[in-house]
Write a new protein. Sequence first.
Length: 520
Amino acid sequence: MLGRVDPQASLLETRWVRRHLVTKGSFYERLADHGHEIVSDDDFAPLYAQGQGRPSIPPSVMIRALLCATHDRLVSDRETSRRTRVDADWKAAMGVDDDFEGIAATTFSLMRARMAVHDADRVLFEATLAKAVRAGIFKGPLTAIIDSSPVHGAGNVADSYELIRKMMGRLARAMGDRLDPEVAAEAVGLAAVKPDIDWQDPAVRKQHLGDLVELAAEVLATAAGDSSAMADPEVADAARLLAEVVVQDVVDGEQGPEIRDGVARDRIVSHSDPEMRHGRKSASRRFDGHKLDVIVDESSELVLGVEVRAGNAGDGDGAAPLLAQVQAIDGIEVDTLLGDMAYSDGDVRDAVEAQGAELVAKVPPVTNAGRFPKTDFDVDLKAGQVTCPAGQTTTDARPSKDHKGRPAVTFVFDAATCANCPLRARCTTAKGGRTIVVGVHHDRIEAARAAQSEPETKALLRRRPKVERKIDHLQDLGMRTARYRGRRKTRLQALLAATVANFKRLVVLDAFNTSPAVAA
């Protein structure tokens, strides 16, 4: 049953009786004085049964403790529990009496699970934005900035052999007595202990792989043939993961199963967190985990939205969905979204415009191995023609596909004309004439390319580093590495971090009452 903080408060609260011990001007003192303006017990009522059981620790107290843990970058619920019992700063921030006995470590795990199920973490985060709206911080349509950052996963990255063994053991345990006892024992045993074989011998490794694949096939066939077993979500999920791991990492060779050469698309990399993926922030920076998307208001530098996606997801693909979440918040309207070149794709621009905002992002330069790039050609789609740097024009337009498989038009120059052109060596090495592929977003991209040389657009793009500073702040609050396994719990971690960052920023912006609430 929902427990509530006494609305009359108490003169025995730590923030009153030990005010002199609370760190002056600290996050804890600010949360003690103004936490009630963003955290309310009523906001979390759906997390509890109505009128059943003993009253819980008030959720507002729990939430304030979680915010303190996020601020202090604690990774242990046991240490979080200890702080709630002995730390005067924390007790003041939580709004509890000086003799408060603390919160049990397991209670925090249960609270996070409840918050994830009911999306209460987003309610908490959006309460900081609601406060900013009430304080009049957002003045008219906003210019926002978006960027992404890697989050290293909490799961163990494993090789193909270990992935198959662990996933097979998971499926065997989920099936229980529905699996042959000898097969189950072998599968569970392989998952528990790494086989003692000569891992330096390729022939021995190959034999072990063959044995694993054969056993995995037997376990999967048994599961697939048992409709009652597959009706169990745990069995179905374990079977799906095992099948995916085998398909992604193993191919049929001439002499039996072999480890795939290269990395399969969307490869599972961890048995303890199957949602982790190989990702790249740049050509030289690889990571295993998830991707954090962040949208920040350029003026106030408040975080407007955060999301956690697959580590191998494209940066631009997350722009429109996250912007839609931001646009749905009462009192917030974004009309301009700034991004880096990862967001400049035509599909991304189109999706962002559908959410009511203009995307401003620098268009990547076009190169052609030192020869004339496509941008050196005059494309006139209305006239249905393309003119090359030598002044030759073609109207030979043929339906085709672009690099993403979308409908496009390929303009083809006459082979004989190109063969006699004095600029041929600087244009093409093809046996025929030069071709130019024009995609569906050509006009939109060219307009953006032209605009980025204008002073106003240059000034907008110079503001983009503000989001990088905010991401640094979130990383200082623990978002370099996931504390929990799975994207949903990592999103909870991100929303808690964003709530702390926004609360601190609201203090700087003087959004709260200038004097703390006085206990009745």
